[in-house]
Design a protein around this ligand. Sequence first.
Ligand code: GSH
Length: 224
Amino acid sequence: MRDARIVVFAYDWVPNFAQGHVRDLRVRWALEEAGLPYETQLVTHEEKIQGPHLARQPFGQIPVMEMDGETMFESGAIVWTIAEASETLLPKDLTARRRVMSWFFAALNSVEPPFMTLAWLELFARDKEAAARLKPETIERFEKRLERLDAALGEADYLVGDFSAADLMTAAVLRPAHDTGLFERFPRLARYIARCECRPGFQKALADQLEPFQENAERYGSAA
Ligand SMILES: N[C@@H](CCC(=O)N[C@@H](CS)C(=O)NCC(=O)O)C(=O)O
């Protein structure tokens, strides 16, 4: 992977609520942490559901990563592949590595789904009354996950030893939930996310994701 030509596919623009949260950010962040240079190919919202992009990503989504012409989709699979090429993201010790893997998948399979349900109810659900009815129990379900995550992190800076792919994925999954105000009850988790966001690799990845949005806002009839 070290010598491969890497291309990350990302959107040319997204609405304000999604800016800084599109999942190519976690891929860019992992590449920054791993010290792997990459190019970006921007995909429009018309192109995402057309043949060439569907051949790369069967659900018409972002992110996709291409390595020497070979494409991968699913942010978890992509970030794990990058992590395998990086000692910053994956410890050498096998026990620690398995622990990182457990937390990495927990972020994707146990923490992200209840938050995505909440986000769906707030942003996209067509039946607004049904959404309002379901919201309290969805929040409760997500809060339970936050409680357990907070307890597991305790006073540690990171989930498994030093910063790893587990923290990258957990922070990436939690960041968009900031706006819900839920982290007021979990100040340690709020500090944990801020600690991860302070990393230069994250800052660079964020700036790079945001850059084209301003330029392309007009084309989508939006004021960036
Ligand atoms: N499980 C996928 C989810 C990808 C995903 O939901 N991508 C969003 C952007 S963050 C997207 O492209 N949504 C457009 C759509 O689903 O039509 C992953 O982690 O890669």
